[in-house]
Design a protein around this ligand. Sequence first.
Ligand code: NAD
Length: 297
Amino acid sequence: MTAEIIDGKAFAATVRGQVAEHVAKLQAGHGITPGLAVVLVGEDPASQVYVRSKGKQTVEAGMASFEHKLDAATSESDLLALIERLNNDPQVHGILVQLPLPGHIDSDLVINSIDPAKDVDGFHISNVGLLGTGQKSMVPCTPLGCLMLLRDRHGSLSGMDAVVIGRSNIVGKPMAQLLLGDSCTVTIAHSRTRDLPAVTRRADIVVAAVGRPEMVTGDWIKPGATVIDVGINRIDAGEGKTRLVGDVHFDSAAAVAGAITPVPGGVGPMTIACLLANTVTACCRANGLPEPQGLTP
Ligand code: NAD
């Protein structure tokens, strides 16, 4: 079997198009422009690339982008004061604090100081609790993107066996909650799971969010299963070059799976598209207006 390649890049472009359409309606009908504030503390090169990309795509979708770049030595209290200002700014509908934060800042404290209604990353404990109890919440962008890809391929996920590898608060746990919400039978596997290949071989859906290059190989996959590769790993490609690979060994897995996301071009582009979607959703909720269809779970 040769798997169908799930084109996350194309799907993300469709989502961004839907977002832009809704933004145009908000502006024409209500004079409202959704706004996203991104806060970056320090000079982490990868974070700088993400923040630039988020800002660019926010503007391309017709929304307002507010970037706050702070020195690595910024104090926790100054950062909390900025978040308080953004919480009270009516032009800001979404707030994202780029992680990781420098070691002297308590990330949990900072994330939990964001107004949950503006927490477009979905990391605030209120949103985590709302998602866990099946209530309307802000949903973390990467798992939301994975869910959209899975629904697009399968329609209903009801009754499917899903294995999520990784139990992080950012990807693994919310992914499992979303799959449970769609009535999958969910297993969360992690670094202490015994005989992981036997666990994944049972699955109709495998979501790999581990951070270990090409760990999941074709012999771990049930024939015909759908494989969602969240991993982004830069590895040595020889001659001083590097290349990006996922947590799944693409060629061997694609020979067995029914469908698979590539890296790059799979889950990655969905993350920012879902951030834009969450910002529009937050803006609609803040103004008591109908939310865009298909952009929330
Ligand atoms: P994390 O380090 O917080 O969590 C990794 C998880 O993998 C842990 O729960 C750990 O128990 C599990 N794990 C580690 N080694 C394992 C092993 N040998 N067997 C089974 N489980 C093991 O990472 P994260 O933030 O969840 O990110 C995971 C991957 O996804 C990384 O490669 C990251 O770069 C990528 N990522 C991609 C996006 C995107 O937009 N595509 C977004 C977030 C994270």
